[in-house]
Design a protein around this ligand. Structure first.
Ligand code: TMP
Length: 209
């Protein structure tokens, strides 16, 4: 594969969306036409439908196992139809959430068997692992309140509350500890958005140059 695959992870309200927007502006201003932005769930026709079911449909309730399998289905489709073809070209794919979100949210958060989630992820990703994963980290009592005050607590996962976010944060940190060569953790509580952006760019440059 000629391209590079970068994933962004973190609990809700941690500023990931702001950083993605700053990266998109940077890519546009610097004419980095080979930088492609995508997300899980989403990024394919099926993914858009699944995102609606998983996050926005307030009446449909699915079991944690079915929820996990739907995230994995989104990932399998996204890898085959989007990520692999793009990596065969000389592209830098920047993906909003990926395998680690399922381990953190459905495994550490909902309590599903983590080894099984790893196996399902392995099947879905067909050997394609991120070259770099940037984990935005902050105490959930700060980030969750921030998401709520911005009116971003409407989706089903965010509606689970603060305790759920604490379990997920602990999960992300444990996952990152197990694969330090893939992860870069950015402590967002101590920095403003432009400092975080500079940090993110430095990490990306390390793997693309
Ligand atoms: P976001 O795209 O705005 O970050 O929101 C996606 C939500 O979906 C977020 O609350 C985390 C959740 N999610 C999971 O629970 N499991 C997953 O595998 C993925 C990719 C996302």
């Amino acid at each position: 594969m000629k391209g590079k695959f970068i994933t962004l992870e973190g609990i809700d309200g941690v500023g990931k969306t702001t950083q993605l927007e700053l990266l998109k502006i940077f890519a546009h201003e610097k004419s980095k036409d080979n930088w492609i932005f995508t997300r899980n769930p989403g990024g394919t026709e099926l993914g858009i439908e699944l995102r609606e079911i998983l996050l926005n449909n307030q009446t449909l309730r699915v079991t944690p196992l079915a929820e996990t399998l739907l995230y994995i289905a989104d990932r399998a489709e996204h890898i085959s139809k989007f990520v692999i073809p793009a990596l065969e070209e000389d592209t830098i794919i920047i993906c909003d959430r990926f395998i680690d979100s399922t381990v953190a949210y459905q495994g550490y958060g909902r309590g599903l068997n983590i080894a099984n989630i790893h196996k399902l992820n392995e099947i879905a990703i067909q050997g394609i692992k991120p070259d770099l994963t940037i984990l935005f980290d902050a105490d959930p009592s700060i980030s969750f309140q921030r998401a709520k005050s911005r009116g971003q607590s409407g989706d089903k996962i965010e509606a689970e509350g603060l305790e759920f976010q604490k379990k997920i944060r602990a999960g992300f940190l444990e996952i990152a500890q197990l694969e330090p060569e893939r992860f870069c953790i950015i402590d967002v509580a101590k920095k403003n958005p432009s400092e975080i952006h500079e940090n993110v760019l430095k990490e990306i440059e390390k793997i693309i140059t």
